[in-house]
Design a protein around this ligand. Structure first.
Ligand SMILES: Cc1cc2nc3c(=O)[nH]c(=O)nc-3n(C[C@H](O)[C@H](O)[C@H](O)COP(=O)(O)OP(=O)(O)OC[C@H]3O[C@@H](n4cnc5c(N)ncnc54)[C@H](O)[C@@H]3O)c2cc1C
Length: 496
């Protein structure tokens, strides 16, 4: 996956069938979908693949247990089917994990037990494991840190887990293998029109500071919470449709939650749910759900959110976590859709939304990581039906995603830091095979040190940046800029 090769293809292609703006789960999924149907496809990402919400999830492949309580069975069922396809098509980068829902009253024991049996029932032939009742002792054995007072037992059920940024790289690689052109650090700037219809876009290569004019038959806007920005550039009269909600996660050492099974707290102090999930030898605890009007690239966890997560984790365990125990805190924005502002041309689908503007722009937003394949399928179907392109059927149900280790570099297998498995090879691999262009690309999304332990990420930054400087043949000025901007970014991942 070489950026220069992708750039040459962009510069030498007179017209594309489909151009996709946004390199998160939805955009990259759409690139794979369109290319595998045989369309000349380009996907551009403003900063880096998965820089938006797609690197900031709870990393669960799930149907959404909480939607059951809302009676949204069709949505849960559909997501459970997608869960199965995601696990099947990316077997090396995903895994099934057991979840325990601890219960502290008898009626809840049966309420949640039967609810989670329904959850498994809804997955039908795509079930990944049977739900079962656990005794109090079973729960204590599996989660030694569980609060024993009033504990009645627990419910065991199964969902999937993955590394969100890693799957984005797999999607990009697989899309390229099917003929797509996929590039990061390439920002959409404006549309090009003919007779009121979009016939292309102007883009900016933010690495080489080059402007590009790109012609296409149809454009898909897959920019998550930034969807309105793109729609407003298409029409000043556009009424915003995205209503973002912020969610945060805390990352702590395994000693605070030394279980192999994840835990789901079904009702926190304010009625939300809370997960504690083992991930890459740490534990991810979250999340929150706060309506916000701040649509920014780097959302910051508030003190109130951090305290909420700490207090609720401590309430259901025998731990006394404090801010000092937090290794990293990351925030993300859910691209929720305001139904009432959808125009009549819009096509509403319960989980995600696809709108076609009078100019022909197709916008896809909402949904969740687990349903990216279905969102991509629906967006490409809509793009084909609203343009002059011929209709061809979606093929992604059966496409296996390429693993990201296929072109592993073997230069130096020394560890970057004694406490983590990441090696110098991983840095070279990120640069040469995974299109990493900046220090942040490597430390945040190719190897996940920024999300796992901010202090360690800052410690290894000079070493990683030296390799990057050497491999990309950059000067010392560039090196210092990279170090400074990464140090500034990292401050937002340290709890205040
Ligand atoms: C806290 C939290 C936890 C979650 N947990 C889960 C979970 O466990 N499981 C699950 O299934 N779902 C989860 N989700 C939902 C899931 O993460 C999102 O639905 C999904 O990542 C959205 O992907 P996307 O591609 O639509 O948007 P994004 O990932 O935000 O991608 C949009 C991309 O567009 C790019 N872009 C913006 N403007 C431009 C431009 N001008 N030019 C080019 N590119 C541009 C951005 O840089 C960004 O990379 C969670 C969400 C949150 C917030």
């Amino acid at each position: 996956m070489n950026r220069n090769d992708q750039l040459i293809t962009i510069e030498t292609t007179p017209i594309w069938d489909i151009v996709i703006i946004g390199g998160g789960a939805t955009g990259l999924g759409s690139a794979l979908d369109a290319a595998s149907r045989g369309f000349k496809t380009l996907c551009i990402e403003k900063t880096d693949f998965s820089k938006g919400t797609s690197s900031r999830s709870t990393k669960l492949i799930h149907g959404g247990v909480r939607y059951l309580e809302q009676g949204n069975f069709a949505m849960v069922k559909s997501a459970l089917h997608e869960r199965w396809f995601m696990l099947k098509n990316a077997p090396i980068s995903t895994k099934k994990i057991p979840f325990i829902l601890p219960v502290f009253s008898w009626w809840r024991y049966y309420y949640y037990g039967f609810g989670l049996m329904l959850y498994d029932f809804l997955s039908g032939k795509f079930s990944i494991g049977k739900t079962s009742f656990l005794s109090k002792n079973d729960v204590i054995e599996k989660i030694p840190e569980i609060r024993e007072k009033s504990l009645k037992g627990g419910i065991l059920y199964y969902d999937g887990q993955f590394d969100d940024s890693q799957i984005c790289i797999s999607l990009a690689k697989t899309a390229i293998s099917k003929g797509a052109t996929v590039i990061n650090h390439m920002a959409f700037d404006s549309f090009i029109y003919e007779n009121g219809k979009i016939i292309g876009i102007n883009a900016l290569d933010t690495i080489d500071h080059k402007k590009l004019e790109i012609k296409t038959k149809v454009v898909i806007n897959a920019t998550g919470v930034f969807a309105d920005d793109i729609m407003q550039k298409d029409s000043e009269k556009h009424i915003p449709i995205v209503s973002p909600s912020q969610g945060i996660h805390l990352v702590v050492d395994k000693k605070h939650y030394n279980a192999n099974d994840a835990m789901l707290i079904p009702k926190t102090t304010d009625g939300r749910i809370l997960f504690a999930v083992p991930w890459l030898n740490k534990v991810v605890i979250g999340t929150t759900d706060i309506k916000t009007s701040q649509i920014v690239e780097e959302p910051i966890a508030t003190e109130e959110e951090i305290m909420f997560v700490l207090e609720n984790f401590n309430l259901y365990t025998n731990q006394k976590l404090t801010i000092k125990d937090i290794k990293s805190v990351f925030a993300g924005l859910r691209p929720l859709v305001k139904m009432k502002n959808i125009q009549s041309t819009a096509d509403l689908i319960r989980d995600h939304t696809i709108a076609v503007s009078p100019s022909g722009l197709v916008t896809v937003t909402g949904g969740k990581w687990t349903t990216y394949r279905k969102m991509a399928r629906d967006a490409v179907n809509k793009a084909l039906r609203s343009s002059a392109l011929p209709f061809r059927r979606c093929k992604t149900r059966r496409i296996k995603l390429l693993t990201i280790n296929t072109l592993m570099m073997e230069i130096n297998n020394a560890k970057l830091h004694q406490d983590f498995e990441y090696t110098i090879n991983d840095v070279h691999n990120a640069i040469h095979n995974e299109m990493a262009c900046t220090l942040e690309d490597i430390l945040a999304r190719r190897i996940r040190l920024l999300f796992l332990d901010v202090k360690v990420a800052l410690e290894v930054a000079p070493k990683v940046c030296s390799i990057l400087q050497q491999e990309l043949k950059k000067d010392d000025n560039w090196y210092h800029q990279q170090i400074d901007s990464f140090a500034k970014l990292a401050q937002g991942y340290l709890p205040k």
